[in-house]
Structures are given as structure tokens and as C-alpha cells.
Write a protein that binds this ligand. Structure first.
Ligand code: NAP
Length: 304
């Protein structure tokens, strides 16, 4: 099959579009013919070797954890899916080797859900990791309640756009910190935008005089500490991009039931995944560069 690989750590320039052996299909997994694979910052961070202390890499590595495609074959023991089914999944693996930047990927059924009927392939591929992370933060960690005010740093990003919609669906008021070029987009989905950087506490306080009830950090770089004074006395906060003393960090987990719940929300018209840009598989390096640079709201996706 054709795939994009890297043979040693590095930036987008180490990515190579090439022929590799098809993945093997083990029990409780299905072989997915990939139609779209979404990029995530984790792809290029791991590719740069930043995960070396805790994640093994078996070179050549095919990057990519977000997939949408068609089931081609089912492994032994699989009754949930059949050939021809359209699926999506967050297919993170413990050892970096077989990712989604490829024509085929073998995916465990517990990582998969049926593709949203109403979504394009790029929108479908953009949902799993962003959606599962946003759900873990907004619903399971911050436990946002109706009537609360939530501040989201990086609200126009892949995770931020989904997190904002989940908080709005829970009848919260959402303040989204983003660069000025993304403010009209945020208004279009019902978010009150504020500019990042110096003076942000005053801008948030102008919108929420009693302080915000919850803060989600999708940026890192100390923004949680910088906005601590924007919180009410009952403020909860968590980060998906920062750690250290006093910071609750949350990580996405593969979860078929939650992914199915997000798919149903999408098909009911309550959630959309904005697409920043699409690229053909062979242009994965350009796609990674686009994700690393300032980009339009939402996900960067490879289309196969
Ligand atoms: N813990 C987890 O499980 C998990 C899961 C997914 C992602 N993450 C992490 O969460 C962060 C966001 O992921 P994402 O997929 O939403 O990324 P993304 O789509 O690239 O969005 C990041 C957003 O942050 C804003 N931003 C502000 N300052 C920035 C800076 N200095 N550099 C880059 N962006 C900046 C950008 O919006 P503006 O231009 O509007 O400022 C951008 O839209 C990343 O660090 C990623 O590694 C963690």
C-alpha cells in the first residue's frame, strides 16, 4: 500500500510518501480502507522525538491517530462491523508504527464508531481525537452545568471548536480566546470571542463580571496561570496542553461509546467539525506545516 512514513525523528521534511507492506489484521480488529486521516499536533510532536521518554517508535513509523474509512475485512472475533461499513476511530497505539497516514490501517473495534451520516470524510476524520478530548475536558472533568460561564483558550483550534460546542450544548455561556482573525468564526457558533495576551483578564471580566466557572486550556504556555484571576470562587480548570504543579491535565482515551454519542450529536445537527484545510496523502509534509503555522479554525485533514 501507499503510506507516509518517517525513518528517523524530525520535522515535516522527514516524511516520505512510499510503498510499505499492508498492515496485518489481528483478532478483534478490522482492516479499514482509509478515506481521510486528520492531523493532530501530537503527530508532529511525536515525530520530533518529544515522546521518546514514554513512547517507543518502531521505524519506519506511519504517523496519524484519526481515521475515517470503509471496513474492508474483519478479523477473527468481530461481530460489530462488516465489510462495507463506514467507520471512524481514534487509533492511538502504544508503539508508534502503523498510523492513519496510509491507504489501509488495522484498527481495534473498541477504538471505532460508525461514521456520522451527515459528515463529509474530512469532517468525520476530524471528530475522534478532538471530540474525545473535548468530551473528557468539558463533560467528564470540568462537569460544565447549565448557566455556567466557561473560558476556552484556543477556542478556534481543532479541540477548542468541539469543546465550545459541547459547552454550548450544556447551556453554558462560552468565552473563547483566539486570535483576532478567528473572532467572526467564533461568533458564528455562539461563542463570545476575546483576544489573547496582555489584558485578557480584564476582557474576560468585562464579559463575566462575577468571574468564569470553568476554564479549558487548549494552548499551554502558561495561559491558565495568566487567567487565574478571571475565575469565580468556584472555578475549575484543566489543560490538554500543559502540566505541572496545580494544573489538572486531561488526555483523550479511545472510547467507542463516547465516540458514538458524538456521532449522534453530529447527525442531529448539534455539532460540526470545521475543516481548516485538506491535502492529498502525498502532501502530508505540507499538511503538517500548515497545522504548525497559524491556520483557519478547525482540523487539517489528509484525503486519500
Ligand atoms: N491531552 C490530549 O489528549 C490532547 C488532545 C489533543 C490535543 N492536545 C494538545 O492541545 C493543543 C491544541 O490541539 P488542537 O488539535 O486543538 O490544535 P490546533 O487545531 O492547532 O489549535 C490550537 C489553537 O491554539 C491557538 N494558539 C494560541 N497560541 C498558539 C501558539 N503559540 N501556537 C499555536 N497555536 C496557538 C490557535 O488559535 P489562534 O490562532 O486563534 O490563537 C490554534 O487554533 C495542542 O498542544 C495539542 O498537542 C492534547
Amino acid at each position: 500500500m501507499k503510506a507516509v512514513v518517517y525513518r528517523h525523528y524530525g520535522g515535516p521534511e522527514v516524511l516520505e510518501y512510499t510503498d510499505v507492506p499492508d498492515p496485518k489484521l489481528s483478532q478483534n480488529s478490522v482492516m479499514v480502507r482509509v478515506r481521510a486521516a486528520a492531523l493532530n499536533p501530537a503527530d508532529h510532536m511525536l515525530q520530533a522525538g518529544l515522546g521518546e521518554s514514554h513512547t517507543d517508535a518502531w521505524f519506519p513509523v506511519i504517523p496519524g491517530w484519526d481515521v475515517a474509512g470503509v471496513v474492508e475485512q474483519v478479523g477473527a472475533g468481530v461481530s460489530e462491523f462488516a465489510p462495507g461499513d463506514e467507520v471512524i476511530g481514534y487509533i492511538r497505539q502504544e508503539i508508534l508504527h502503523h498510523g492513519a497516514y496510509a491507504e489501509l490501517v488495522s484498527a481495534p473495534v473498541e477504538a471505532l464508531a460508525r461514521k456520522p451520516r451527515t459528515a463529509s470524510w474530512p469532517e468525520a476524520a476530524g471528530l475522534p481525537l478532538a471530540g474525545l478530548t473535548a468530551y473528557r475536558a468539558i463533560v467528564q472533568t470540568l462537569k460544565v452545568e447549565p448557566g455556567e460561564t466557561v473560558l476556552i483558550h484556543g477556542a478556534a483550534g481543532g479541540v477548542g471548536t468541539v469543546a465550545a460546542q459541547l459547552a454550548l450544548a450544556r447551556e453554558a455561556c462560552v468565552i473563547g480566546a483566539a486570535s483576532a482573525g478567528h473572532h467572526d468564526f467564533l461568533r458564528s457558533i455562539g461563542v463570545h470571542p476575546v483576544a489573547q495576551g496582555d489584558g485578557i483578564v480584564g476582557r474576560v471580566r468585562a464579559l463575566a463580571p462575577d468571574g468564569v466557572d470553568a476554564v479549558l486550556d487548549c494552548v499551554g504556555k502558561g495561559v491558565l496561570h495568566a487567567t487565574a484571576e478571571a475565575g469565580s470562587s468556584r472555578m475549575r480548570a484543566c489543560s490538554i496542553a500543559d502540566g505541572g504543579p496545580g494544573i489538572t491535565t486531561v488526555f483523550a482515551r479511545p472510547d467507542s461509546a463516547i465516540l458514538t454519542w458524538l456521532v449522534e450529536m453530529m447527525d442531529a445537527g448539534g455539532l460540526r467539525v470545521p475543516i481548516a484545510a485538506t491535502f492529498p496523502l502525498a502532501q502530508a509534509a505540507a499538511a503538517q506545516t500548515a497545522l504548525k503555522l497559524p491556520h483557519p479554525p478547525g482540523k487539517v485533514v489528509l484525503v486519500i
